[in-house]
Design a binder for this molecule. Sequence first.
Ligand SMILES: [Zn+2]
Length: 376
Amino acid sequence: MNGVSSTKTKVLRLRLKDKHAKFLSDLAREVNFVWNYCNELQITMFNRERRFLSGYDFAKFTRGATKEGLHLHSQTVQAIAEEYATRRRQCRKVRLGWRKSTGSRRSLGWIPFKKVATQVTHGQVKFAGQWLSLWDSYGLDAFQIRAGNVCEDARGRWYLNACVAVPVAEPVDRSAAWRDVGIDLGLKDLVATSDGEKQSAPQFYRGLEAKLAVAQRAGKKDRVRAIHAKIANRRKDSLHQFSTHLVRGYDAIYVGNVNASALAKTPHAKSVLDAGWSAFRTMLRYKCDFAGATFAEVNEAFSTQTCSACHSRSGPQGIAGLGIRAWTCGECGTVHDRNVNAAKNILAAGRRRLAEGIPALLGRGRTSKSVPSWGR
Ligand SMILES: [Zn+2]
């Protein structure tokens, strides 16, 4: 997909797991220490020379601070000094308030960082030498973090606010008609749409099964791990492509609320766990958010058994029915592809829900919103 003209900066807010609270509070105390040191320095400097310090000036004084027992990244110390200088300038004051680490008027934790001070892998963020777990609601791996901060809210919960660059494509002309699509998440066909498009799961393994078998027989654990990682990457890649393609093509996307953990208890467990439904849904949700498209999860009960043409429940049933690819409706004689039929029912359910829930949205196309095209 082409048409990428520029990037825009977004701030992603992600909740960090509570187990890191102690570690982060300790860091925040050090931040307060650095902040107050800057304040003190500024007061002294003003009294003595009637001069204001810039972020750059502070660097000369704070250099080496991280070697003196602070655990903060040197770039974080620099970020604090710059923020101090900026805010003091904005407030047009000689000095700012002190940050308090204890007592009833304690300042809420705040730890800024710069690009070099973080690292993201597998849904974890490395921060001040520690890997932090978080609820990765955006798929952080897909973004380049530029800068940001870690901060605490009034309830003592910690969040990562990450500034990321998001490529912006030329706005797509959506003046024509509102387009919506239903999506069925399955086993063999990982994704099937109500318009008949499909993305199949086995393609991720293509050419790798043999290599995997050889490595497993030879007991080469590292090699096996590497091949599995490759398969996972291929899957993620193609899910990114497909979700981007969908978000660019439709104004509303409805996905069934398929329950992976319920199916995982059956012999299909492996392919279910493999399927990456939740990853795909997460991608769709945030890409829709950014593009201003509607995203909804709908109850997909009976979506497989119901004929999308005549609404009789004449389709394949139960676990045994999972193997059936195509069927003919006994009531109206329509021939269905199992997954596409399910996607059509999900589309109908999504339209019903939209009509009940947010009537104003129906029939109104996106006009000025631009569509991102990351994920290639
Ligand atoms: Zn029928």
